[in-house]
Design a protein around this ligand. Structure first.
Ligand code: TYM
Length: 346
């Protein structure tokens, strides 16, 4: 018979985050997520990162392209400085605890909560009737990704904030419904100058891998000339850079380039405008392009090199999945005990 469940009162800090392999990695993913994932690893916190292939198929993916994007995503992590010995890096489908806990969370989350998810509305568009059930349930699976590890902190870009609020609601309701203190209440970590990198063509839209225009984004696979050309052609206004951030209030495109500059240079947007006050975009853009190329080129080169040995990438992902499983399985076993599932096989 199953023993009563231990309910930890405090949870040691542990970071979990994920990226969808549903296309190439953009500068938005890099600055808003990847770069910060590596910083967290280097701060010495336990870090678990995942290529969320199960999330990717909530919208149909060509299997060949999905495999490629998963390996390329893993290569991007490593090229950006992730050390697979210090962080855990794996692809979601290989640790079944995610979908198992995802189902349990489908039974905890309320329809009213799911109906408020703005990302579903954006992605499903006008024809929501034709969207997959998976796309609708997606945020509950995301909560499971995090909670399967009792993760306490989740570094993400601004667009994931609502999903993390839902994760908190699910954890609170689970704990309440079963009278336990089993899941931690996760803290979103949304920090830095580039938590919302915007499209280079439209300052009101997020830079996204699904934007039909390739000119709207910088991809980690772009070469130096392409990056420079995209920045040169980025939409801006005719005014010079102001002295303070107040002067960028109604200038979203200008503000976006300043944010990108700050994130790449490791400074703040306020420092960037102070340094470049009065500069026209004709002179600021080439400086930004140089900075972007200097920062991204070594990463692109390393990614290309790593992609020449897909078996090695698969090996790293497999090892990561074994380590992830070793953490998630005992947590899931306890979830089964809490919810009344008989563990007849062990
Ligand atoms: P995804 O794949 O859309 O994006 C991965 C990460 O990149 C960030 N990001 C951005 N940051 C700044 N500016 C942008 N333009 C930009 N575009 C994307 C995202 O905020 C994210 O941090 N649902 C998630 C993946 C996920 C996940 C998880 C994340 C699944 N399970 C558990 C954290 C924890 C997603 O679709 O991210």
């Amino acid at each position: 018979m199953a023993e009563p469940v231990q309910t930890p009162a405090a949870f040691p800090p542990r970071i979990f985050s994920g990226i969808q392999p549903s296309g190439g990695i953009t500068l938005g993913n890099y600055l808003g997520a990847l770069k910060r994932f590596v910083e967290k690893q280097n701060e010495g916190i336990e870090t678990i990162y995942c290529l969320v292939d199960m999330h990717a198929i909530t919208v149909w993916q060509d299997p060949q392209k999905l495999r490629h994007a998963t390996r390329e995503g893993a290569a991007a992590f490593i090229a950006a400085g992730l050390d697979p010995a210090r962080s855990i890096l794996f692809n979601q489908s290989q640790v079944s605890a995610h979908v198992e806990l995802g189902w349990i969370f489908n039974c905890v989350a309320r329809l009213g909560w799911m109906n408020r998810m703005t990302q579903f509305k954006d992605k499903a568009g006008k024809n929501a009737e034709a969207a997959s059930l998976g796309l609708y349930a997606y945020p509950a699976l995301m909560a499971a990704d995090i909670m399967a590890y009792h993760a306490t902190h989740v570094p993400v870009g601004e667009d994931q904030k609502q999903h993390l609020e839902l994760t908190r609601d699910i954890a609170i309701k689970f704990n309440h419904d079963y009278g336990v203190n089993f899941f931690p209440i996760v803290e979103p970590v949304i920090e830095g100058a580039a938590t919302r990198v915007m499209s280079l063509r439209d300052g009101s839209k997020k830079m996204s891998k699904s934007d039909p225009s390739d000119q709207s984004r910088i991809n980690l696979t772009d070469d130096a000339d392409t990056i420079a050309a995209k920045i040169r052609k980025a939409k801006t206004d005719a005014d010079p850079l102001p002295e303070t951030l107040d002067g960028l209030k109604d200038r979203p495109e200008a503000r976006n380039l300043v944010n990108i500059y700050a994130a790449l240079a490791g400074t703040t947007p306020a420092q960037v405008v102070a340094e470049h006050a009065g500069a026209q975009f004709g002179s600021f853009k080439p400086k930004l392009a140089d900075l972007a190329v200097a920062h991204l080129s070594p990463i692109t080169t390393q990614m290309t090199r790593l992609m020449q040995d897909p078996a090695e990438i698969d090996r790293i992902l497999g090892e990561g999945a074994d380590r992830a499983e070793a953490i998630a399985r005992p947590i899931l076993d306890q979830v089964y005990d809490i919810t009344g599932m008989i563990r007849s096989r062990r």
